[in-house]
Design a protein around this ligand. Structure first.
Ligand SMILES: [Fe+2]
Ligand SMILES: [Fe+2]
Length: 148
């Protein structure tokens, strides 16, 4: 795999992070009611994590001599709290699949010259945080079941 292919994969990840950031913030404004305050707060916190992930991917793309994408992947509307949580759960799972694939590709490059330990470490760190988002959203979804 060429360096350009890796830059392409990282730019795909960056576009996913752009979409995740705006989607969480938009969803946070759709949720209403005092009872939903913890959910609104959590959506905004996750959005901040996605913003940090953007910075990570931009940095890695720059390290490889690439140009960070300004593209935004497809975003998804949702209205009820349950819909919002289910939509983001699905999108987080998609991100995990994409980032796992990137890690697999990076591992194939070990010893190939431009492979960089930082690259694998940082992508794995982002992947771990997406997995934490999945766990948190699943927890919020299970609590939804209790309150309605
Ligand atoms: Fe992310
Ligand atoms: Fe996430």
């Amino acid at each position: 795999m060429s360096k350009d292919t890796i830059i392409g994969l990282l730019n795909e990840a960056l576009a996913l992070e752009h979409a995740a950031f705006v989607q969480y913030l938009s969803h946070a404004e759709v949720v209403e009611g005092e009872i939903s305050e913890p959910i609104i707060a959590r959506l905004k916190e996750i959005a901040e994590d996605e913003k940090k992930h953007q910075d990570t991917f931009r940095k890695l793309i720059g390290l490889l001599g690439g140009v960070p994408s300004m593209a935004v992947s497809e975003t998804h509307k949702a209205s009820s709290v349950k819909e919002i949580l289910m939509q983001n759960l699905e999108d987080e799972k998609h991100a995990v699949r994409v980032y796992r694939k990137i890690l697999e590709e990076l591992r194939k490059e070990k010893g190939q010259g431009f492979y960089d330990f930082i690259l694998e470490h940082d992508v794995r760190h982002v992947l771990m945080e997406e997995q934490e988002h999945i766990t948190e959203i699943e927890l919020l979804l299970s609590r939804q079941g209790e309150s309605y």
